[in-house]
Structures are given as C-alpha cells and as structure tokens.
Design a protein around this ligand. Structure first.
Ligand code: SF4
Length: 254
C-alpha cells in the first residue's frame, strides 16, 4: 500500500482492491487511539465518509471526537419510528451541544411500512423483517452516497464483535471501527473527562438502547447488550451482517 505523508496516493486508491486497502489501514491503525483512527478516516476520506450513530448509551464519546475533527461530517441516525422519546431528545440536544451540523435522520419508506408493517407490530412476529425495513434498508440507501463509514462497535460487547477489526471491508465499502479496542472503563473515563451528558435511560438500567419494543433494562453484572432482543437468539439488527446478496447489512451500537 502506498502512502505519501500518511495519505493514500491516487494509485493506491485506484489500483488496490478494497480488501487490501482495509488490511493496510488496519495494520497501520490497529493500535492507534480512537481519535487518531477518526482523524485518518475523516481526512483521507473527506467528503466520502459518514458516521453512523444510534445516539445510544455509548455514543457520546465517538460523536465528541468526530466533532473535534470535523463537525460537518455527515452523521446518519436511524429513526426507526420505534425509538424511545428519550433517544430522540438526546439526539437533538447532543448534536446541538457538540456542534454537529449535518445529522441526517434516516426513516423507513412510507410505502414499505404501508405494505409490510401497516399496524406497526411486525416486531412481534418477525424481528428480522422489521429491522430490515426500519434499519437495514434506510441505511443501505443512505450509504449509497459514500465510499466508507464509521461505526461505534466495540470488542467488549462480545459475540461476533470479539473479532472486530479497526478497519474492515464489507459490501464494497471501508468500515472504520475506532472504538474496537476500547473497554467500558475507557469510554466512561473519556465521557467524564469531557463532561459528556449520558443517555437519559442509562440511569434506569439500560446500558444499550435500541427500539423500545426490543430493549429491556439489564441486571447488575449482565452483558451490555443482554437487554437487546432479550429472550430471543437475535443479537444484531442486521446492519453489520454480510449476506450473500449484494446489499449492505448493518447492526450495532447501533
Ligand atoms: S429493533 Fe425491534 S422494533 Fe426496532 S427495527 Fe428491529 S425488530 Fe423493529
């Protein structure tokens, strides 16, 4: 991989495969501080990259770091129509206080809701289908405008995330995971150092916050994501799951 002053040169951009680019970036950044990973992503892919955020329980640190580097970065927020009111309030207040100027609310298509989930109760019978129309499809449409994206996933969340790399290639795009190496204690320390406001539901026992029908508070000592789709085998909404068909699947903190 060819770098000139830390920046990918044109030949490398055009000639190397996406997988090779992801591997080279991963080798370069795998031990870097999250803010440095973000700086590289937002600098080298300026205008072609978006940050995807749930404005959930652990979102403030990454959003704060991004705002320090480029407050105009597009931030994609999935407003599924099933979010807690507290999350919508937090999305507005946090974006304003951090000075983020391009937060985009991604919503399900009206027509798709009308035909697939007219009573807004699909989550009771088919959570994968519900997540598809309310999360996967809207994000897939929005990411069509970008070559790369940034997520808030961390290895300490367990499951498939235990093998998470700092940079990966999926569905024809680079995916940066700046917080992959960080533990909960580092996130908490960063939030305290910068006086970042917590999501209002954290104080009520929600260490991870998604849609209201599929999120429960957890007991002391339980896994961070134990309250997501509790009682079912589902652990991800699908936005980070690669499928055989050529479409983007995403899930996470989101
Ligand atoms: S998390 Fe639940 S309510 Fe939200 S999109 Fe998925 S199945 Fe539907």
């Amino acid at each position: 991989m060819a770098y000139e002053g830390g920046v990918l040169n044109a030949e490398a951009r055009a000639g190397d495969g996406l997988e090779a680019r992801a591997q080279a970036l991963n080798e370069r950044l795998r031990d870097a501080h999250p803010a440095e990973i973000l700086r590289v992503a937002l600098t080298e892919y300026a205008g072609r990259i978006a940050l995807v955020s749930s404005f959930g329980a652990e979102s403030a640190a990454l959003l704060h770091m991004a705002a320090q580097i480029d407050p105009t970065v597009p931030v994609l927020f999935l407003d599924t129509g099933m979010l807690f009111g507290q999350t919508l309030d937090y999305r507005r207040s946090l974006a304003k206080s951090l000075g983020l100027t391009d937060v985009r609310d991604l919503r399900p298509q009206f027509q798709e809701l009308a035909t697939t989930d007219p009573a807004a109760n699909l989550y009771k019978t088919d959570t994968d289908a519900c997540c598809h129309i309310r999360k996967v499809a809207p994000l897939s449409r929005a990411l069509g405008d970008f070559d790369a994206w940034i997520t808030g996933r961390k290895r300490f969340h367990g499951g498939d995330r235990l093998r998470l790399q700092v940079v990966e290639a999926t569905d024809g795009k680079l995916k940066f995971n700046p917080l992959a190496n960080w533990a909960k204690a580092e996130l908490d320390a960063y939030a305290a150092e910068h006086d970042l406001p917590p999501h209002p539901l954290v104080a009520f026992g929600y260490p991870s916050v998604g849609c209201w029908p599929c999120t429960q508070p957890v007991e002391e000592g339980e896994d961070v994501r134990a309250g997501r789709w509790a009682g079912s085998e589902k652990t991800e909404c699908g936005i980070h799951v690669i499928r055989a068909e050529p479409k983007i699947e995403i899930g996470g903190d989101i």
